[in-house]
Design a protein around this ligand. Structure first.
Ligand code: SF4
Length: 75
């Protein structure tokens, strides 16, 4: 059992580099301008959490945030 993590994407920071989509195509997409689109805001498998963290580290604009999910508010 894996603790869910939350994924946040700041489209104002995103520069459309696409690293997140290349890294985790099930979690991220890009709109027609290349700006990140979150396909989900919470992931519950270890594999997806790992990919989300990898994308967070790779994003050149620091537009992604992956946080431990909690049941009662901000993690
Ligand atoms: S890696 Fe970062 S800058 Fe590139 S598309 Fe994803 S969120 Fe945007």
């Amino acid at each position: 059992m894996v603790r869910p993590v939350r994924v946040l994407a700041d489209s104002d920071r995103c520069v459309g580099a696409g690293q997140c989509v290349l890294t985790a195509p099930d979690l991220f997409d890009q709109d027609e301008e290349g700006i990140v689109v979150l396909l989900t805001d919470s992931v519950a498998t270890e594999a997806d959490a790992k990919l989300a963290r990898e994308a967070e580290h790779l994003c050149p604009a620091a537009a992604l945030r992956v946080t431990a999910g909690t049941d009662d508010g901000e993690g």
